[in-house]
Design a protein around this ligand. Sequence first.
Ligand code: C2O
Ligand code: CU
Length: 552
Amino acid sequence: GKIRRFKWEVKYELKSPDCFEKLVITINGQLPGPTIKAQQGDTIIVELKNSFMTENVAVHWHGIRQVGTPWFDGVEGVTQCPILPGEIFTYQFVVDRPGTYMYHSHYGMQRESGLIGMIRVSPPSTEPEPFTYDYDRSLLLTDWYHKGMSEKATGLASIPFKWVGEPQSLMIQGRGRFNCTNNMMTPQRSEAEVCNASHADCSRFVLMVIPGKTYRLRIGSLTSLSALSFQIEGHNLTVVEADGHYVEPFTVRNLFIYSGETYSVLLKADQNPSRNYWITTSIVSRPEKTPPATAVLNYHPNHPRKHPPTPASSNFRPEWNDTRHRLAQSVAIKARKGFAHAPPENSDKVIVLLNTQNKVNGYMRWSVNNVSYQHPTTPYLIALKHNLTNAFDWRFTPPERYDSKSYDIFAVPSNANATMSDGIYRLKFNSTVDVVLQNANTMSVNNSETHPWHLHGHDFWVLGYGEGKFNEMEDPKRYNLVDPIMKNTVAVQPYGWTALRFRADNPGVWAFHCHIESHFFMGMRIVFASGIDRVANLPSSIMGCGQTKRLV
Ligand code: C2O
Ligand code: CU
């Protein structure tokens, strides 16, 4: 493979991506950051300069397994020490499979300020893809808040608890449109200074198409909270790839996408070419308080700024709380014939993870089997490899089951208290592990949320979904062991369960968490370690914090 080098400077800039001016993280001045384009087998080298004045950073390559380089997974506290202001850190890893991936900050809740981008990996020229298209385009979807990450994170970690609330805008390729005139301005600043509807930063994203041509749209979501429905007025979307795996093609009007997922869809520019069309995203998992994001599908040679003749709201989308459509899409996805890797028939271990909202010492938290994740100051990978036995609680193994006989997943927890721990799950190298994500009622009556779970370092087979409580005797009989899709991110629906299987065949320490920023920040994550003895010597560039100070 080729070596592809990138030099990135990461910093804060005052920008108005949704017309409202705030601090935004850019990479080389861009939001989203530059798309990494590579071919299978290439080595990516990113020399990253932290030009923040006062903040640390770390960057995760979402969907890249980091086989042989677990120390470059980019998760601060798990695989590396943070990159300090003024420092340069070099990531180097191989992109070993074709597909659509992403990158983003993995330091605190920094991702939502804009340190995001896409990775496109093409297959070797001798292995054609099982579909054809004329052009390849990326659309990164996000939601957007006007408050900065420290303010939101502090609110989440305070008594009384202060929820981040719904996002102010949704964005397509880093562009949104906040309604400046309807919304209150900060009194100290002039309206024009804070919100400017004609600011160039917030002009709508335009996707130009040539009539009759077919476009591969690589759609990724890095929302901090929202699950989205994506649609292009008047056009069908044929789904062909999900999280780097080819899927049996199926056609949708609304593509439902959760934070951490990527899809490729084929779009044929086959509608009336004398006009433009709306591209929209809207929130589906929560009451819709944020207006849809809009971009323009521009049929060449119409003027790109020519508004479609229809209202943007005319794009059909189901009601936000109608989970049936979303579940139907999830269930419809099957591995593409000829490309399916069947899962092992049995697993060596089953872990059932109950997802709950809890209180710990009066603080609002999220937990997994009643344990809320506590972030260590010494990264696990270094602690395990160098035997730093008091860097975290080595003796505590978080529970592999919850008390499913007595726990009522449909009720507000009778005792919402949970414990905090930095203990981790150790998996036998090369063993096959089943994980069942079990959803439950939150601390509010009649409320259960959607959680997209993302596994680092591996892909998993999605064996099945169900409603209500998972039955360990009966439900596995209905697992799809024939053509399940492989993914790295999957949703668990309100009051439902989702079952996954993976091989713990990648030596390292890997985060597994809900991809909603405030949820994982509040403890909704776990960590798997396996095959540490097979991990090569760690580079000293990842060290320097906590107990690793004495190693460098
Ligand atoms: Cu894209 Cu650990 O996340
Ligand atoms: Cu969540």
